[in-house]
Design a protein around this ligand. Sequence first.
Ligand code: RUB
Length: 329
Amino acid sequence: MVPWFVLRKKMVHMVCDAVQKICKDIRSLKIQGARNVAIAAVRALAMQAQQSRAKNVRDFYAELLSAADMLCATRPTEPMMRNSLKKALRFVFFRMKKEGGSLSVEKLKRLMQEEEKNYTLNMETNALRIAKIGAKALPKNACVLTHCHSSTVMRILLRANEIGKIKYAVCTETRPLFQGRITARELSEAGIDTTITVDSAAKYAMEEFDIDAVLFGADAITSGGDLINKIGTSQIAQIASSAGIPVYSAAEIYKFDPATLWGGREGIEMRGREELLCGKEFKKVKAFNPAFDLTRAKFISAYITELGILPPQGISRALCKKFSIKNPI
Ligand code: RUB
C-alpha cells in the first residue's frame, strides 16, 4: 500500500495545465469574487476530469483530489469554493461506491461534466432568486452604498434598477486593488447614477448622499452570523449601523463555513506587499495587507439569500436545516 503522502506528492504532477492556469488567475484576482472563484474552480475540476489519462477509477479520483487541493490553496477565505468542490468530489465518490467495479473512467468523465453543468445552472438560479429578493427588499428610490465588487450585489442593483427602484449608487474604490472601480463602471454602464469615492470617505458619503442601505457581498458566513468580506467592510458596516442605516449582505448559503459550527475559525487571507506599495519600495517598512475582515453579526441587519432574507442570528439554524447538519449550538 502506497502511503497517502507519497500518493499526494506524486499526484501534484498530474494536475493538468488548464487547472494550473485557473489557479494562477484566481491567485492574481484575474478571477475575483467568491462566486466567480467557486464557478471557475468547479469548471477546473471538470477540465481535470476531461483531460485525465488515468487508467483506473482510483487514479482518476486521486487526480481530482489533487486538483481540488491545489484550487482550495489559491484563496484560503473561500468556503464557497471549498463547499462546491467537496460537493462535486462527493458526487463522484458516491457513484464510485455505488457502481463499484462496473464504473469506467470514461463514464466518470461524463458524470463530472454533467455535475459541472448542473452546478452552474443551480448557481444561476440562486443568483436570479437573490436578485429578485434583494431588489424587493430595497426601498423605493433607493440610495445605496456598496464596497468592492460582488457579482451578487451587482445582480440585485441591476434588477432593482430595472424595476425603477434605484436613485443612485455610491461605490468605494476599494484599496488596494480597486475592485470598486469595476462596480462603478458596470453600474454606470447600466444607466445608474453612480459616484465613486475613496474608502475612507464612506462615513462622509453616507451623510452627504443620504444613503438608505448599505449592500455588501460575502466571502464567508460563520455559524454566529458574522460576515467575512473585503477588507474595509467591517468599518463601513459599523458606521452605517450606528447611523441606523440597514446593512445587508447578499450571499448564497454555500458561503457558510460549516467548520465554524465546531469552533473552526475562518482564516483571513494575507496578500503581498507589492499590492500596497504599487511598485514603490520603502526599506524596512513592513506591510499589512489582509484581503478580508470580519464584521460581527450585530452590525448586519440581514443576509439576502436564495432561501429568503435571514437575520444573522438565525442563519446557522436555517443552514443546518437545509444541509441536514446536526447543529452543536
Ligand atoms: C471580493 C469580495 C466580494 C465577495 C462576494 O473580494 O469581497 O464582496 O467575494 O462576491 P476579492 P460575489 O476581489 O478579493 O475576490 O458576490 O461575486 O460572490
